[in-house]
Design a protein around this ligand. Structure first.
Ligand SMILES: N[C@@H](CCC(=O)N[C@@H](CS)C(=O)NCC(=O)O)C(=O)O
Length: 224
């Protein structure tokens, strides 16, 4: 299975984690993060939205990280990512839709991307507003993981794989020197949201995490 992606994409990270957890062999096909590559005719033929991730499984092409998780789960059912009962499936989908419809885009587009692309000072006000709104969402996630240690079910599910990479990307952006100057009041994330911290630690201890940790971040970590 080919995964078209760029290193550091939280949405692509969801798919890599699922592939690792299900023990499916895959190859990362790097796409440049630049608009020229993402909006090239070749890439638009794979995903008309011009976004990663996209998978190719034989002749089958699929974009949208959550759709890809559903595809992988149907094709490789163990361990199940969408629950073992109707009630669990419902809760998992609710958590996924809640996060992707109301949270993920704001975090990525209003906080992460401006910080990672050197626009922290220019967009300080909108970043601060989005960070303030993110506090309530982080508190909700902290409360969600308290009962079982996972977001939506008694075991790891697609909801965890949907939320986790985006939390990691947010935490990394908040730690950038440019972001620190904005005093976003997000860090230390683990001290402010301790149940979420325990959940992060559990996911970070999984072999799938080490195997999918963004290569680009590794390079920056080594140079720091
Ligand atoms: N809803 C999509 C979001 C994908 C997405 O926003 N990917 C980002 C990378 S993290 C991207 O390709 N951005 C490039 C662009 O929008 O031009 C999914 O879940 O796959």
């Amino acid at each position: 299975m080919d995964v078209h992606m760029f290193s550091g994409s939280g949405f692509a990270w969801r798919v890599l984690l699922a592939l690792e957890i299900k023990g499916v062999a895959y190859a990362e096909i790097p796409v440049q993060a630049a608009q020229a590559a993402l909006k090239s005719p070749e890439f638009l033929a794979l995903n008309p939205r011009g976004k990663v991730p996209v998978i190719r499984d034989g002749n089958y092409t699929l974009a949208e990280s959550v759709a890809i998780l559903a595809y992988l789960d149907r094709k490789h059912p163990e361990p199940p990512l969408f629950g073992r009962s109707a009630a669990e499936a419902g809760r998992i989908w609710r958590a996924i839709l809640d996060f992707d419809l109301y949270v993920a885009r704001d975090w990525v587009e209003c906080i992460v991307v401006p910080i990672f692309t050197g626009q922290a000072a220019a967009r300080a006000e909108s970043i601060r507003a989005a960070a303030r709104a993110s506090h309530a969402e982080l508190a909700k996630l902290d409360a969600a993981v308290k009962p079982h240690g996972w977001i939506a079910a008694p075991a790891l599910s697609a909801a965890d794989l949907v939320v986790f990479p985006i939390v990691e990307v947010l935490a990394r952006a908040a730690g950038k020197p440019d972001a620190k100057a904005l005093a976003l009041d997000l860090l230390p994330l683990d001290a402010r949201w301790p149940a979420l911290a325990a959940w992060r630690a559990k996911l970070q201890a999984m072999p799938a995490y080490a195997r999918t940790y963004p290569a680009y971040w590794k390079k920056l970590d080594a140079a720091a």
